[in-house]
Design a binder for this molecule. Structure first.
Ligand code: FES
Length: 102
């Protein structure tokens, strides 16, 4: 069963940035882009680098280890060496709070 869970206030993530958020032994990457907030799995599908240490470039996250890229909104793998898409999760903002549906 999925449920909406509070992550943090909107101002806890700078625009064009990403944080790792841990919940119930699972980890997620939460992004703040010019198009809003998004969530994906926390670790790169190539060699499990922590995407929190990556670079947000518009709607794309660049992995810190080998510079593979993913579309933040869809999780789609965009640039080698990544070939497997990231899982994505619905996000909403209500009353200045970011929620994720997991
Ligand atoms: Fe992310 Fe290699 S671990 S591109």
């Amino acid at each position: 069963m999925s449920e909406w869970i509070e992550v943090c206030a909107t101002d806890c993530i700078d625009e064009e940035d990403v944080i790792r958020w841990d919940h119930d032994s699972r980890s997620f990457a939460i992004y703040h882009t010019k198009k809003g907030f998004f969530a994906t799995a926390a670790y790169c599908t190539h060699q499990q680098a922590d995407l929190e240490d990556g670079v947000v470039i518009g709607a794309v996250i660049e992995c810190p280890l080998h510079q593979g890229r993913f579309d933040i909104a869809t999780g789609k793998a965009l640039r080698a060496p990544v070939r497997i898409d990231l899982a994505t999760f619905p996000v909403k903002v209500e009353g200045g709070i970011v929620f994720i549906n997991i």
